[in-house]
Ligand binder design. Structure first.
Ligand code: NCD
Ligand code: ZN
Length: 346
């Protein structure tokens, strides 16, 4: 039997939601992960340090007994965000990053930033105090094709912003294109990228071939095969600028399986099994720890986890539930379309 032991991983981009959904999904993360960066796109969003403090308390209260999971809180950047509040959040140790959603880019982002000029005072402060900006890197201009939105964002928003504020640390979250990978690699400093589990596994055919499959729809939407291959090469390279951010984003089935379904794929429960499979396919199991457990903490200036987990490769298939009952309703689990054999030993 093959096995691999790595430091306990972290998830550098996670949607936990709130209320019954939070209670229903958090155990799937806290079982395998020590920490996660928690996305602030609640309704209403987490915009102030006080909001983040209250949300953090709700997350801790929802944790299964005995789990030591640590939520790393983010603030949702708006055109009215107060730089002093952001700095206070960082100083107190509560806030790990600030999240930029271009208005309308994805689920619950209507309160996001329309005019980046308006956010410059906050961004300047963040550059000064060393607080990273996490970006959803897609333009929302109606004329721009949805498959081009990441590349156009890099050219028209991200690159000018980084030239203007070279000291600002930017995480390009859920990179989905070769353009994104190349851009991150070309940067001399202060730029890194997270990559999701599902974007390493599916390309856009998964969504559209043989019928429309809403459970493979997320934002940024999966791209062509050449992009998926670029993501796999980056994730399995050991390059410290790339790390795991699952973007696990639960929506109940009725909100996915309808005429205008929500974006988001639920991967918390089987991410480590999927990743071990992918890294083994790429003959890079020795790089899994860098991607899932080392590169993220180094980027965010946090210590690596001392605990270890062991993944074992079983002869039989490891069966995850097809759906999770959350209390808010059923959530479909990501199906990688291949049998999983790697399992986290518990
Ligand atoms: C996320 C969600 O549902 O909150 N959806 C998604 O497809 N990833 C929002 C996001 O991160 O874009
Ligand atoms: Zn997300």
């Amino acid at each position: 039997m093959q096995s691999i032991t790595i430091r306990r991983p972290d998830d550098w981009h996670l949607h936990l939601r709130d209320g019954a959904m939070l209670e229903g999904v958090i155990g799937d993360t806290s079982r395998d992960f020590a920490r996660a960066i928690i996305m602030p796109n609640l309704v209403p969003p987490v915009v102030t340090t006080a909001d983040a403090e209250a949300y953090r308390a709700r997350i801790i209260a929802a944790l299964p007994k005995g789990d030591k999971f640590q939520p790393l809180m983010t603030l949702y950047l708006t055109e009215h965000t107060n730089p002093d509040d952001v700095e206070a959040g960082k100083t107190s140790g509560l806030i790990t990053a600030v999240k930029l959603y271009p208005a309308g880019a994805t689920t619950n982002s209507h309160g996001g930033v329309r005019d980046i000029e308006k956010a410059i005072p906050v961004l300047e402060r963040m550059a000064k105090i060393g607080l990273p900006l996490c970006v959803h890197g897609e333009v929302t201009t109606p004329e721009v094709d949805i498959f081009d939105r990441e590349a156009v964002f890099i050219e028209t928003v991200l690159d000018p912003l980084r030239k203007r504020l070279p000291e600002l640390k930017v995480t390009m979250e859920h990179v989905t294109t070769k353009d994104g990978i190349d851009y991150i690699k070309s940067a001399k400093a202060n730029l890194a990228g997270s990559i999701t589990t599902h974007h390493l596994i599916i390309n856009r055919n998964a969504i559209l071939v043989g019928g429309i499959r809403p459970h493979y729809y997320c934002l940024p939407v999966a791209k062509r095969e050449n992009h998926r291959l670029a993501l796999r090469a980056a994730a399995t390279s050991g390059d410290p600028r790339f790390f795991l951010g699952t973007d696990s984003a639960p929506h109940v089935d009725p909100l996915k399986e309808c005429a205008c379904g929500c974006a988001g794929i639920y991967t918390s429960i089987n991410t480590m099994s999927c990743l071990a499979h992918v890294f083994e396919q790429e003959s890079a199991l020795d790089k899994l720890e860098a991607f899932a457990s080392l590169n993220g903490p180094a980027w965010y200036g946090l210590p690596v986890n001392e605990e270890r987990i062991t993944l074992v490769k079983r002869k039989e298939t490891v069966n995850f539930p097809g759906k999770v009952e959350t209390g808010a309703g059923l959530v479909t689990v990501f199906d990688p379309m291949f049998p999983l054999h790697w399992d986290v030993e518990r």
